[in-house]
Design a protein. Sequence first.
Length: 233
Amino acid sequence: MESEPSSFANLSEFLKYLAALPEDGSQRVPTLADLSHDLGISTATLREQLEVARMMGIVEVRPKTGIRKLDYSFRPAVATSLAYAISQNATNFNHFSDLRKHVEAAYFIEAAQMLTGPEISALQQVVERAQDKIMGNAFQLPKSEHREFHLMVYQHIDNPFVTGILESYWDLYRASGLEMYPDINYLQRIWHYHARIADLIKSRDYAQGLNVLLEHMELIKQREKPSPRQSFE
C-alpha cells in the first residue's frame, strides 16, 4: 500500500476529513461530538483543528447552521500570513507587491484575451466612473474602482492561487493606507494608465497593454512605504 504524500500526511484529522468531502459547494459538517466518535479523537483536539480550518477559510461556523465546508479559496490563508509578515517587517509589503506585479504580468495577455465585448465596456465604465469622481465638483477618491478595475481584467483566470494572491494584494493595499494618494496629479496619472489599458484591450493590442500595465505598476515605488502598524489593523 502506498503511503500518503508528505503534504497530506501533515494535515490534521479534521482537514483530511474535509478534503475527502465532495467539492459541490458549501455543505453541512457533522457536530464535533459526532466527528469525535467517527474520527476517534477528542472534541478538544477537534476544536483546535476547527479553528485552524476556520482561519484558513475552509469552514464557517454559525450558531444556527453549525459547521459548513466552503469552496476552496487561497485568500484567507494568504491574508493571515501577510498580516503576520508585515507586522513583523514592513518591507514584506514590497516583496508581496513585487510578487503581485509578476503574477499580473504573467497572466495579463491570457486574461485580456478572454474578456468579452460587454466586459471590456464594463472595464471602461469603471474608468469613467473613477474619472468622474476625480474631476467632479464634489471630489471623491475612487477607492473601490482601483481594485475593481484590476480584478475585472483577471476575472476569467480559473486558478484559485492567482485569484487569492491578487485579492489579497488589494486587501493589503487598502489596509496599508495606499488608497490615500499624495496629490490629484498622481491620481490622474493612475487613471490615465487605466484608460489606456482598457482601450488597448479593446483594440486587441495585448502586448502594448501589458507594457502600459507594467509602467503603471511602477508608480507605487514613488509612494511612501507603509509602517508595520499601518497594516491589517
